[in-house]
Write a protein that binds this ligand. Structure first.
Ligand code: PLI
Length: 458
């Protein structure tokens, strides 16, 4: 392992158990081959998501005891507001229970029926919150992002020709706003460069278009800017974050990732009109504008976690742990998305299981097979997640058909990474014996969470 040792020691532990082979076989069938439907107690190493799964620090737990649970004017809200000002540079914060609450408030305010929202790459909940008010999300990420083998250092970048194409095709009035995700989740945790963000600001100023970030993994994105972009080698992460944010009109944020907490979210902006509108709607859907669905203690943990998660020493350990797992797999020839991303290692299911057709849901199949083999829980990030075209109703088969091994922050040791790598390497050796799936139940929204599958005999 090339990275630094953990910049913390362990104070509390939670036992985990490896279920027997028989139980694993039963459990994945009971769950309809969908890892979202497994019981947590049937899981040994949980790499389903990095969302809400972090270990909090002693400083955050101490803050929890200082929760001011007043309905109105909780002091923890003001601590959160100040942390957002200090770290992201936004004057106004509207708290929400989690990221999708912020997406709902922001996107239902900005999107009018028939409008288009170009985004570097869609995310599941973002796409649905643009579609609900009658909009359509379209991708504008650089082509390199669709090629798992391409090692471009900033695969999250916006392709300006694609953005220009949407403006020419639909007309600028039909563009609701431009949406940029940091450390693009569905592309494999791939960052956006500062140069790209700066140029996007200039481009959008020419058309008077607003830019809203999905800043959920912006601290991890800032780490990659420092590591890879000329001129930022010695810049403190917080300075990088403030510069990134200065090129936007506001952001939505799921605190459950880079803020190292189990629940929470917010939107933040310097734009008074956005603030006025969302501060007004938050009271309908989330709660008063000084808690927005969070307890006072949770806001305190977010405020402290936003600071901690933006420390260079922590981020260096974090990104290198993910890299360690990715490199173990890569060395054994397992096909993964390159470069290794910020929050997860992504397996290329199309290369892992080339004998399956797209209709047999290779990534869903692989994720279920990994669980059955080792009780490691992962997540499909491919055609099941992408869903159907909102207008034609047809399945969309994106170029990337991936399984995500998402690393919770400060939770697992490198021995856990080695166990995971060894079991996936073993599975890769017997990949020809893995049979595909057919979908037998499909819910209306965000189908990947609750869909059920059955195995098709080989
Ligand atoms: O899970 P929420 O509602 O706190 O946040 C929604 C959300 C918004 N944007 C991005 C980029 C996300 O990754 C995100 C949630 N991600 C989850 C749950 C994940 O497993 O990646």
């Amino acid at each position: 392992m090339n990275g630094p040792a953990e910049p913390f020691k362990i104070k509390v532990v939670e036992p985990v158990n490896l279920p027997s082979e028989k139980r694993r076989k039963e459990a994945i069938r009971e769950a309809g081959f969908n890892t979202f439907l497994l019981l947590s107690e049937d899981v040994y190493i949980d790499l389903l998501t990095d969302s809400g799964t972090s270990a909090m620090s002693d400083n955050q737990w101490a803050g929890m005891m200082l929760g001011d649970e007043a309905y109105a004017g909780s002091k923890n809200f003001y601590n959160l507001e100040n942390a957002v000002k200090d770290i992201l540079g936004f004057k106004y914060t509207v708290p929400t229970h989690q990221g999708r609450g912020a997406e709902h408030l922001m996107y239902s305010h900005l999107v009018k029926p028939g409008q288009i929202v170009p985004r570097n790459m869609y995310f599941t909940t973002s796409k649905v919150h643009v579609e609900l008010p009658g909009g359509k999300m379209v991708d504008m990420i650089i082509d390199e992002a669709h090629d798992p083998e391409n090692t471009h250092p900033f695969k999250g970048n916006v392709d300006f020709n694609k953005l220009q194409g949407y403006i020419d095709e639909y007309g600028v009035d039909k563009i609701s706003f431009v949406n940029v995700e940091m450390d693009v989740n569905m592309a494999g945790g791939q960052p956006v460069s500062m140069e790209n963000l700066r140029k996007l600001r200039e481009f959008c100023d020419d058309y008077k278009l607003k830019i809203i970030y999905d800043a959920t993994r912006s601290s991890e994105n800032a780490y990659f800017i420092r590591e890879r972009e000329k001129g930022y080698e010695n810049t403190p992460i917080i300075e990088i974050l403030r510069e990134m944010m200065s090129y936007s009109d506001g952001c939505i944020y799921s605190s459950k990732k880079d803020c190292l907490v189990n629940i929470g979210g917010f939107l933040a902006t310097n734009n008074e009109e956005i603030f006025e509108a969302t501060r007004s709607s938050v009271v309908i859907y989330e709660g008063l504008h000084t808690y927005g669905g969070m307890a006072g203690r949770d806001m305190e943990a977010v405020a402290r976690g936003l600071q901690e998660g933006a420390q260079y020493k922590y981020l260096k350990y974090r990104i290198n742990q993910v890299r360690y797992l990715g490199e173990l797999l890569m060395k054994a020839g397992v096909p993964i998305v390159k470069p290794i991303g910020g929050h997860a290692v992504f397996l290329n299911a199309l290369k892992f299981l080339p004998h399956l057709s797209r209709e047999q849901w290779p990534a869903q199949t692989l994720s279920a097979a990994i669980y059955e083999d080792s009780a490691v829980r992962t997540m499909e990030r491919g055609a099941v997640s992408k869903g159907r075209d909102s207008q034609t109703g047809e399945n969309i088969f994106p170029a990337l058909e991936l399984v995500r091994l998402t690393i919770p922050r400060r939770v697992y040791t490198n021995t856990h990474m080695e166990y995971t790598a060894n079991s996936i390497i073993n599975l890769y050796k017997k990949r020809d014996s893995i049979s595909g799936l057919k979908m037998v139940y499909e819910p209306k929204y965000l189908r990947f969470f609750q869909a059920r599958f059955e195995q098709i005999p080989l």
